[in-house]
Write a new protein. Structure first.
Length: 220
């Protein structure tokens, strides 16, 4: 995506640039350890270096990037300890999310969630694993959107972004999608406890799969 340099000072542009760089990381186009160079990213996105600098500061705060002297800012390597804490935080947030969703979810909302599940299943059966993983990752974004709570969305967004990054590396989209179907079924029953329980089980299975593939924190 290319942005208009004339509006570099606009908050909306800064947010868009941050989102674009974050997505490059989530999609794997910028891999762990890759340098995040303002000039190169500005050229790639068609903006000045100012919004890119602010975007990189935001992504460092969110945990997508870290300073690695003498190389400078790089895409962060994930480790098992950080993953475990992120899942603990998301688990607590999803308990709140579950109860909110049961209060507000409509039949149309359920149909939208079911469409994500069905699309992921179709892509998986067609052998389009990368596309299935990407569609899977949208499921939790839709859950937060359907909760229709700006406060909850603002709290969840930084954690959700990092989890989307991790889950985009998940090797078993079919397993994840089966668990997403259970979430939809529980929501259809308007059972907040069941929704919370299914989401907790879903997070635990994802955490177990990821922890087995991530290095422990290196001593510094």
């Amino acid at each position: 995506m290319v942005f208009s340099p004339a509006s570099d000072a606009a908050p909306s542009l800064r947010a868009s640039v941050t989102s674009s760089v974050r997505q490059l990381i989530v999609d794997g186009e910028l891999a762990p350890g890759d340098r995040l160079v303002e000039r190169r990213l500005a050229e790639r996105l068609g903006v000045s270096r100012v919004p890119v600098r602010e975007a990189l500061q935001a992504l460092e705060r969110e945990g997508f990037a870290e300073q690695r002297p003498p190389r400078g800012l790089v895409v962060r390597h994930l480790d098992a300890a950080e993953v475990a804490m992120l899942f603990e935080v998301r688990s607590a947030l999803e308990d709140v999310l579950s109860r909110r969703l049961v209060e507000v979810v409509s039949d149309d909302d359920l149909a939208r969630l079911q469409a994500v599940v069905d699309d992921t299943d179709r892509l998986g059966r067609a052998g389009l694993t990368a596309q299935a993983v990407a569609r899977n990752a949208e499921f939790h974004d839709v859950l937060v959107e359907l909760a229709d709570s700006p406060v909850l969305a603002a709290v969840v967004e930084p954690v959700a972004g990092r989890l989307a990054w991790m889950l985009s590396q998940h090797a078993a989209p079919t397993v994840m999608n089966h668990e997403h179907q259970r979430v939809v079924d529980a929501l259809a029953q308007k059972d907040a406890d069941a929704v919370a329980r299914v989401l907790a089980q879903h997070l635990e299975s994802s955490r177990t799969a990821l922890a087995a593939r991530l290095p422990r924190r290196e001593a510094t």
